[in-house]
Design a protein around this ligand. Structure first.
Ligand SMILES: NC(=O)c1ccc[n+]([C@@H]2O[C@H](COP(=O)([O-])OP(=O)(O)OC[C@H]3O[C@@H](n4cnc5c(N)ncnc54)[C@H](OP(=O)(O)O)[C@@H]3O)[C@@H](O)[C@H]2O)c1
Length: 346
C-alpha cells in the first residue's frame, strides 16, 4: 500500500464493492489503464483509478490519493493491489467509524480533501450466503417490515451523519468537500421504492442544511442527484412479493420494477463516474454561477437525470404525471384498481 505523496489530495470513499480489476498495458511509456468491472459500485468506480500507476481516460482524475473503504476483506485486498490505501469500514458501526477515522489520520496527516458518502442500500445478514447479502429496498409500502426500514435508514442516512461528524476535523483542516450520493428517487415517486425514496430524500434535505452550517468552516457540500447507472444493485438477491401482498396481481410489474434502474436509459458506470469526478474538481464560483461555471452544489447526472431535472424545474405535478405513466400505473389501475365496472355498481 502506498500513501499520498507530499501535497497530494486525499479522498475517502465509503462502500466499495468488488472492482474486478484488469489492467491493459498500452504503450511501454504510458502507465496501464485500469479497467474496472462495469458493474462495480458506480461511484466508487471512478475514484479507484487515480494513482500514479494507473491512468484513466481523464487526466484530471490523476492527482488524488484514494483511501478506499469497504467492509469485506476480499474487496480491500483487491483495492490495495491497485495502489490505494485501504481501511475497513462498516458505516453503520460507530466503533468501526472511529477506528477508520484514526487510521485515515495516519495516512493523510489529519487532512481530508474529499469525503464521498457512497455506501447504501443493503440490509445485510452476514450469516447468509453472498447471493442473499444484499437486497435492494424495493417493496410495496404495504409490505415493508420496520426492522428492514430501520436498517436501510441506518445505512443510507444515519451513517452519513455519523461520517460527517467523525471526519469533520479532517475536512475542516483541508477546507474539504463532502459528496453525498443521493438519487433522483428523492424527488420522484419511484413505484415500490417508498423506503429508498424516503431515505434519499432525507440525504438531500440533510445535505442542503449541512451546506449552510459548514460554510463558515470552508467545508463544501455537494449532492449527487444520481440517475440510473449500471451497478451491482439490481443483480443482487431479489425481493419476493409476499404471498398475501395486495399487489400479487401485478407481480410482473413488481418484477419489472426490481430491475428498472438497470434497464431504463441506464448510463454506463465509467461515463457517470468520470463526470462526477470532473465536476467535483471544478473551480469554486459564487453560488449563483456555480451550477453553470464551477463545481455544482447539485450534480444531476445518470440515466433519466435530465428528464427529472426538467420536471423538477417545472413542478411536482409534471413529475407525478410522467411517473404515473413511466411506472405503468394505468395498467396497475386496470388490474387492481377501481375499474369502470366496479364504479358502475356503486
Ligand atoms: N446504480 C444506480 O442506478 C443508482 C441510482 C441512484 C443512486 N445510486 C446510489 O449510488 C450509490 C452506490 O450504489 P451502486 O448502485 O453503486 O450500488 P452498489 O454496487 O450496491 O454499492 C453499494 C455499496 O455500499 C456498500 N455498503 C452497504 N452497506 C454498507 C455498510 N454498512 N458499510 C460499508 N459499506 C456498505 C456495499 O458493500 P457490500 O458489498 O459489503 O454490501 C456496496 O459496495 C448508492 O448510494 C446508491 O443509492 C445508485
Amino acid at each position: 500500500m502506498t500513501g499520498p505523496k507530499p501535497g497530494q489530495k486525499t479522498v475517502l470513499v465509503t462502500g466499495y464493492d468488488d472492482v474486478h480489476v484488469t489492467q491493459h498495458i498500452n504503450h511501454a511509456d504510458t502507465p496501464p489503464i485500469v479497467a474496472v468491472h462495469p458493474e462495480a459500485s458506480a461511484i466508487a468506480y471512478v475514484l479507484s483509478i487515480t494513482d500514479k500507476k494507473c491512468r484513466l481516460i481523464d487526466d484530471h482524475v490523476l492527482g488524488l490519493h484514494v483511501i478506499a473503504t469497504a467492509r469485506r476483506p476480499e474487496v480491500l485486498a483487491e483495492l490495495a493491489e491497485l495502489g490505494m490505501s485501504t481501511v475497513a469500514l462498516d458505516v453503520t458501526d460507530a466503533e468501526s467509524i472511529k477506528k477508520c477515522h484514526d487510521e485515515v489520520a495516519k495516512i493523510n496527516g489529519g487532512k481530508l480533501d474529499i469525503l464521498v458518502n457512497n455506501a447504501a442500500l443493503y440490509e445485510v445478514d452476514d450469516a447468509q450466503p453472498k447471493s442473499d447479502r444484499g437486497r435492494t429496498h424495493t417493496h410495496p409500502a404495504l409490505d415493508i417490515s420496520l426492522p428492514d426500514v430501520r436498517a436501510t435508514f441506518e445505512t443510507n442516512v444515519f451513517s452519513i451523519m455519523a461520517m460527517v461528524q467523525a471526519f469533520i476535523d479532517q475536512l475542516i483542516a483541508a477546507r474539504g468537500l463532502i459528496i453525498n450520493i443521493s438519487s433522483l428517487s428523492s424527488i420522484t415517486p419511484y413505484l415500490f421504492g417508498s423506503v429508498y425514496c424516503a431515505s434519499k430524500a432525507a440525504v438531500s434535505a440533510y445535505s442542503r442544511t449541512l451546506r449552510l452550517e459548514l460554510a463558515p468552516f470552508g467545508v463544501r457540500v455537494m449532492v449527487s442527484m444520481t440517475g440510473a447507472v449500471k451497478s451491482n444493485t439490481a443483480s443482487q438477491g431479489h425481493r419476493i412479493l409476499p404471498e398475501n401482498s395486495l399487489y400479487q396481481r401485478v407481480k410482473h410489474i413488481f418484477e419489472w420494477r426490481l430491475v428498472f434502474s438497470q434497464n431504463n436509459s441506464t448510463m454506463d458506470t465509467a461515463t457517470f463516474s468520470k463526470r462526477l469526478v470532473a465536476d467535483s474538481l471544478r473551480s469554486e464560483r459564487p453560488a449563483w454561477l456555480r451550477s453553470l461555471f464551477g463545481r455544482p452544489d447539485w450534480f444531476w447526472y445518470g440515466g433519466l437525470a435530465r428528464l427529472a431535472w426538467y420536471g423538477h424545474c417545472l413542478g411536482e405535478g409534471v413529475v407525478d404525471s410522467v411517473s404515473w405513466n413511466k411506472f405503468r400505473m394505468p395498467e396497475i389501475m386496470k388490474l387492481i384498481g377501481e375499474g369502470p365496472a366496479q364504479k358502475k355498481q356503486k
